[in-house]
Design a protein around this ligand. Structure first.
Ligand code: V47
Ligand code: SF4
Length: 378
């Protein structure tokens, strides 16, 4: 790495070469460094050492069973939630969930990603029924469902502990937890953007409990709103600490804040100004470098565009959000990207980066590699 121009990045490269973990000060210095290319080269080297040229994706399908949410007025970045009597509010019946599950992906779905609002009428029994019915009809499909925030909500309305809720849902068919609801852990930021949402310690607590019960999970970081670089580092440090303790996280997924059609975006006067490409790439690369105990860093192409995600494959990313069939949460806040990607489109995107696409299961085991064709211009 003798062409690294910024001494800060050079120092970090030496540390990584010596097998040393990055400190919060190192992470902060990287965010402040102008040397995006150098940071990317480091992240790429770390990523290649773990995964070679293979980039994975899952054939997954998002289902959002209810948009009714008690936090509708306090999560000011969210454009998806509705109050129970508000126009556009919905809660699927079991039959509607099954209908949607049956329609997607031409039968290739291997994972349902099921999340929604904190709906007082969607308690334990509602989700148990859904998971049981999905598993009865499609036993091969993995169920990744309910964020830590939703688990805590169900526990509260059912007067049960997190462990009891998780155990009951696991028995009904829940396999893993998605990473949503983390937002940014900093108490001051949370107060401003998600005043009434489950706090950082409890988000971590639900994931710790899940890992203890053999339920693995993902984690996220919502960036590009009012948080500072220090907040991003503090957030990732908490994730890294839990990962040291349990090893239960599968992937880290940075989520780029979208300012359209939500109160926060209006308040900040940010309509039409999503995060910049440089910010997105830095976030992905520094996530890869700081979270040295994470195997997988996933880019969410729906938010940062497929083109940026493709470049991210040279900045530490080894996994792409899959062939999402119908995405509502981001498209409620102005995401202009397509709602789904076909298998061909995903293969073309990954090959266009000079990488080898591979379909994976929900535990990141490779199902099939697509080594071919090598010499096509994409
Ligand atoms: O927690 C809501 C985010 C998350 C906005 O685990 C917004 O595999 C940007 O967590 N701008 C839910 N982001 C989505 C999520 C996720 C997505 C894909 C894969 C996985 C996984 C998890 O969406 C929320 C929140 O952070 N979000 N509104 C917005 N205006
Ligand atoms: Fe509800 Fe989640 Fe939206 Fe907050 S981000 S209002 S918890 S759906």
């Amino acid at each position: 790495m003798d062409q690294l121009t910024d001494p800060v990045v050079r120092r970090v490269a030496e540390k990584i070469g010596a097998g040393e973990r990055l400190t919060p000060a190192d992470g902060l210095a990287l965010f402040r460094s102008p040397d995006l290319t150098g940071i990317g080269r480091l992240a790429d080297a770390v990523n290649r050492a773990k995964h070679g040229d293979v980039v994975t994706f899952a054939a997954n399908q998002h289902i959002n069973p209810t948009n009714i949410c008690t936090l509708r007025t306090t999560c000011v970045f969210c454009g998806y939630a509705r109050l129970p009597k508000e126009a556009g509010a919905y809660r699927y019946t079991l039959e509607q969930v099954l209908q949607e599950a049956r329609t997607g992906n031409g039968g290739m779905t291997r994972e349902f990603h099921i999340v929604g609002g904190l709906d007082m009428k969607a308690g334990l029994a509602y989700y148990q029924e859904i998971f049981r019915a999905l598993k009865a009809e499609m036993p091969h499909v993995h169920i990744k469902a309910l964020t830590a925030v939703e688990i805590a909500h169900i526990a509260r309305i059912e007067k049960m502990s997190w462990a009891e809720v998780l155990t009951a849902l696991k028995a009904a068919g829940l396999d893993t937890l998605p990473g949503g609801g983390a937002e940014t852990f900093s108490a001051a930021v949370r107060e401003e953007i998600a005043g009434k949402k489950l706090g950082a310690a409890d988000y971590i607590g639900v994931h710790r409990t899940a890992h203890g019960l053999g339920i693995r999970s993902n984690c996220t970081l919502l960036y590009g709103h009012v948080e500072t670089y220090e907040d991003r580092i503090e957030h990732m440090a908490m994730l890294r600490t839990l990962q040291d303790e349990t090893g239960g996280f599968l992937a880290f997924i940075p989520l780029a804040y979208h300012p359209d059609d939500n109160v926060l975006g209006e308040r900040l006067g940010r309509r039409g100004t999503a995060t910049s490409g440089v910010e997105d790439l830095k976030m992905l690369a520094i996530g890869r470098l700081f979270l040295d105990n994470f195997a997988h860093v996933k880019s969410h192409w729906i938010m940062v565009t497929p083109a940026l995600s493709q470049i991210g494959l040279h900045y530490g990313v080894n996994d792409l959000e899959g062939t999402v069939v119908r995405e509502k949460i981001y498209h409620a806040v102005g995401a202009q990207t397509t709602q789904a990607m076909s298998l061909d489109e995903i293969l073309t995107l990954i090959r266009g980066a000079g990488k080898i696409p591979a379909e994976r299961d929900s535990f990141y085991r490779i199902i099939r590699r697509f080594d071919e064709p090598a010499d096509r211009a994409a």
